[in-house]
Design a protein around this ligand. Sequence first.
Ligand SMILES: Cc1cc2nc3c(=O)[nH]c(=O)nc-3n(C[C@H](O)[C@H](O)[C@H](O)COP(=O)(O)OP(=O)(O)OC[C@H]3O[C@@H](n4cnc5c(N)ncnc54)[C@H](O)[C@@H]3O)c2cc1C
Length: 342
Amino acid sequence: MDLQDRSYEIVVVGGGAAGTSAALSSARARRSVLVVDAGEPRNAPAGGVHNYLGREGTPPGDLVAAGRVEAERYGAEFATGEVIAAERAPDGDFRLTLDGGTAVTAARLVIATGLVDELPPVPGLAQRWGREVLHCPYCHGWEVRDRHVAVLGTGPMAPHQALLWRQWSPRITLLRHDLGELGSEDRAKLDARGITVVPGPVEGVRVEADRLTGVEVGGHVLACDALVVAPLFTARLGALADLGLRTEPVWRGDTPVGARLPVDASGATAVPGVWAAGNVTDLTGNVISAAAAGANVAAQVNFDLVEADTRADLRRAAGQDPFLVREREVADLVAGERRHGL
Ligand SMILES: Cc1cc2nc3c(=O)[nH]c(=O)nc-3n(C[C@H](O)[C@H](O)[C@H](O)COP(=O)(O)OP(=O)(O)OC[C@H]3O[C@@H](n4cnc5c(N)ncnc54)[C@H](O)[C@@H]3O)c2cc1C
């Protein structure tokens, strides 16, 4: 399908759970919608999606593919590619350029680009991400229940992480790694729960027969079945930042968690006409909450378009020149941007 210069009421950037769900709801609301997706969802390395009611354990690609078929049934379109340039055109629409050079326009944008997991720089760790290197016990805890789980101490939340994972296994080791001496309260809690603490920096991971079997610490190998890490979660904006979108840091207590794209309760960003859903704005969300957010945002976008359509029809009914009607719409958008200090 040749998309060059095609116009849509809604373009969704990102076709994971959030974006595909937004497309399904938008298409069912009889909006023309295109999803542009680079095809790298965050959970791609995982074997299954867990805690998704009705689809427990489905491979991540299968879940999104099923959603895509459903959305296409109602007329949603999908394009594979990365949005590499974005600007507000003089007529108020958004113009997006894909990596292949194709450009499309949209009256409204939904950003569902997810986040980037920044992993600790331990050699070999990134290659096992999503398999035996894990972060979320709700996603993976059951799969490693009763196994030996090591927790990499990269920040002050590590003792809490070790206590959390203890719910899934009695065999937990906290690797102090970057942590200094533990406080007496943390120490007492870990001791009470039977969690072993190992000092010294982790120098690498041990892999045998395509499985992580241990970590290298202090010149020794500590055998373990899984390694828990705390990535920094960074909203993936890329070229969309050129629209004036800015991320904000997210903290848990004194610990930085990452950076999110801020939105209001309706999912609207600070840039008029641009909404966001999923991990790009909710760093700790999961697949089912991303899908829910996509559906909710689609309803908000549809309502915004209903209001715009109504304003335009009112002006037409009042006998205004169609060109002036469009000019007025653009003026409203620009005034909205000024209100937001853009
Ligand atoms: C290893 C791992 C396992 C997980 N397991 C589970 C689990 O079992 N259960 C669970 O509920 N959650 C799980 N999660 C969390 C889950 O992956 C996320 O909550 C979910 O993927 C968020 O959906 P999303 O649509 O916001 O983003 P994503 O699924 O990450 O999708 C974003 C999409 O946008 C695309 N994109 C980004 N930038 C652009 C651009 N400029 N142009 C075009 N496309 C772009 C990406 O390529 C990607 O396809 C896991 C996470 C990880 C890391």
